[in-house]
Design a binder for this molecule. Structure first.
Ligand SMILES: C[S@@+](CC[C@H](N)C(=O)[O-])C[C@H]1O[C@@H](n2cnc3c(N)ncnc32)[C@H](O)[C@@H]1O
Length: 208
């Protein structure tokens, strides 16, 4: 199902663009974009069966919330979305998203396991990440991908939209090869990587 333009959008594109530009001026490497995600990227990430069927989704690096709204538009009425954003400048934009399914958290994605416990979130069905894996130290990136793999439900999906392909290097040993799709109409153009976790439930630590 394509994204419905009629869905309530609590934050306009112009307002999100303002938040993104302001945040990028202060922390360009961390924010990693000067423009909110395009509708093509939002649709690619959210218009998926794994999102529609998920009871819980975690978003890492929601920024001003464009991808967040796209995910919420597709998710079940009883689904839950926890979004973890490091840049405090996005707090207001995320707080503007008035949806009972949504929990914003200003913090570091690298604390994923602790934050899931703190929010009593259990294991997510889907993890979406805009966190720029190429801009964080390799050891930290490796640990983050390991945490993502550890907490995802077996059969769950990890979706990462990235300008560079560094994430593949960290994810391949755990998840195997990715499905990739280029999104040319986005500033900057990027690639969406998708992995499905194939693992016996007994091999993952129970964090719920
Ligand atoms: C490409 S932008 C996300 C764009 C956004 N989803 C949108 O729809 O416009 C990447 C985001 O990751 C955030 N980020 C970077 N490092 C992070 C970290 N360690 N933990 C959480 N968020 C992080 C940045 O602040 C930025 O908001």
């Amino acid at each position: 199902m394509p994204l419905s333009i009629g869905q309530p959008q609590t934050t306009s594109f112009a307002k999100r663009a303002f938040h993104v530009f302001k945040a990028w001026m202060k922390q360009p490497t961390q924010v990693a974009t000067i423009c909110p995600s395009s509708p093509f990227l939002m649709e690619n990430i959210a218009d998926r069966d794994c999102v529609r069927n998920a009871s819980s989704v975690v978003e890492l690096g929601p920024g001003a919330g464009g991808t967040t709204l796209a995910l919420l538009a597709q998710m079940r009425p009883d689904g839950r979305l926890l979004a973890i954003e490091k840049t405090d400048a996005f707090r207001e934009a995320l707080d503007d998203i008035a949806d009972p399914r949504f929990t914003p958290h200003i913090g570091d994605a690298t604390d994923l396991i602790t934050l899931l416990e703190q929010h009593q979130f259990g294991r997510p069905d889907v993890i979406v990440s805009g966190v720029p894996f190429s801009a964080i130290p390799p050891a930290v990136a490796k640990n983050l991908v390991q945490a993502i793999h550890q907490v995802l439900k077996p059969g769950g999906e990890f979706i990462a939209y990235q300008v560079r392909s560094d994430v593949e290097r960290f994810a391949r040993p755990l998840f195997g090869p990715a499905e990739t799709e280029k999104i040319a109409i986005n500033i900057p153009p990027l690639t969406v990587f998708t992995w499905r976790k194939i693992q016996s439930p007994s091999m993952t630590r129970d964090i719920a």
